[in-house]
Every structure is written in structure tokens, then in C-alpha cells.
Design a protein around this ligand. Sequence first.
Ligand SMILES: [Ca+2]
Ligand SMILES: [Ca+2]
Length: 303
Amino acid sequence: MRHQRGMALIIGLMLVAMATLVAVTLTFNLKLDQRRAQSLLTTQQSRQLALAAESWAAEILRDDLNNSSTDHLGEEWAMQLPPVPAEGFLVQGLLEDMQGRFNLNNLVGPDGKVVPEQLAQFQRLLVALQIDPRLAGIMGDWIDPDTQSGFPDGAEDDYYTGSDIPYRTPNTYITALTELQAVQGVDDEVFRKLMPYVSTLPQGTQINANTAPPPVLQSLSETMDIFQAESLAAEAAEEGFPDLQAFQTIVEEDALQTLTLSSDYFRLTVRVTIGTYSLTMYSLLFRDPAGQVRPLLRTFGSI
Ligand SMILES: [Ca+2]
Ligand SMILES: [Ca+2]
């Protein structure tokens, strides 16, 4: 009798345990669904906010073109805005001039050949940044359409197909800076050093002398030292050079031709935080001569 009661108790307990398990599973699934729905909503809200920030940045750039013919770092678009807190979210935005950088796509001309002046300029930039200047030739090979390694510095398919995970050179213009990480000689340190000074704009853009940082200015001439470059950059930061006169005695004629004082390409970085979720959007913006601004490339990252 006692034995039977004992069995009944165990079975009873097992039934309770099973029922509890079912209930817990149901609640857990319900919570998971709620969380999924919530996280989907948060992601969509963040994207909408990031896109709203992009429209706002476009408006700032449009207004800027109406009010000025040059672009420099003292202007409204270049101000880093304080984070904007609103109901339950936070938006931070930063606009940067991508023409203040060395455009890697300028290494190869429309004829598909590496441009010697651009190659030399990129080598000087690399030296100024304390990076092995051989990367310039390697970069040229990465972009140029042929598969013949440049001499003395270069790397084509024969190098990349021999790596642990073999791949080929794209042999075309670059659209994203992250691509650099696949190039021979670009490790994390080189990538970090190089990132703020290079861009991947359409081939043929000029460098804005009003926004270029000292190492980029220094790369314009073999004879310019970092002190000259720093003083030019400091002067430009005040209210921008109205013309290129200050550069005429310092850089050679062919390098002068690659300079401008205004920009058409800007990059917006916008970071949206909702609760513990945050999303970063990078948007490459093109401003045409009429002041119309449109995004050319958007990339999203989230943590
Ligand atoms: Ca301007
Ligand atoms: Ca090539």
C-alpha cells in the first residue's frame, strides 16, 4: 500500500514537472517571439532614424553650396554635432569630406595604366605615415586590369592564389575601403593607419586642399616637409584658402592640377542608439554642381 502511494506520488510529481516544463517552454517561446518582434522593430526604427539623419545631412550640404563656393573645416557641415537625445533614442552624426583624402582609384587612369605621378604621390603618403611604400605598386596591381605584376613592387594572382585561402585580384576600381584588408602587406596596423587618409571615389577626383590633413598635403610634393604641411593645414582650417596661391610656390604644376578648394563627395557616419541596441550607417554622399545630394553607397553595421 505504502509502495503504491509512493509510486502515485512520483507519477504525480512527474506530471507536475512535465506540465511545468510545457508551460515554461510556452512562455519562453512567447518571450522569444516578443523579443524577435521587438528587435525587428528596433532595427527598423534605427534604420529610419539613420535615413532621416541622411536627409538632414543632405540639406546641410545643399545649403552650404548656396552660401559658399569653397569647402573647408570651419563650415557648418564639418562640425561634429553633439548627440541628439530624443524619446528613447540617441542620434550622432558626422560629415567628412572624402576629397581631403588620397583617392586610391586615381592610381589607375581611364586607359587602365598605373599613373606614375599618382603612384609617386601615394608612395610619399605611405612614407609620411610610416608604412612600407611598396604598398603603392601593390595597390596599383590590385586595381589595374592586367595580371602582370608591377616592377619592382607588385602583386597579382600568382601571389594571392598562393595564400591559405586563395583568391584573385579584382583588377578593377575599389568601392569600399574594407577591401584593402585583402591586399598584400595590409595588416590591421597598416589598415588603421591608412584608413583616415585614403578614399575610394570614382577615378579622376581632385584633392581639396582646404580639408586635406597634413600627411596628404605633404604627399603633394617631394620637397614639402611635415611642418610646411601642418602650417598649410592650420591656415586652411581657419576659413579656407580662397585660391591656390599659397600652394603655387610649394607644389609643382602637375600636382597643382590635382588640387581643388571645394568638394563633391562627403561621407556621413550616423550612429543610432535605442536602449542597448546601436546601429552605425556610413553613407557616401555626392553633391552635384546644382546642389542636389544623393547617396552613392550605404553600409550598415550594428552592435
Ligand atoms: Ca562650402
Ligand atoms: Ca592587376
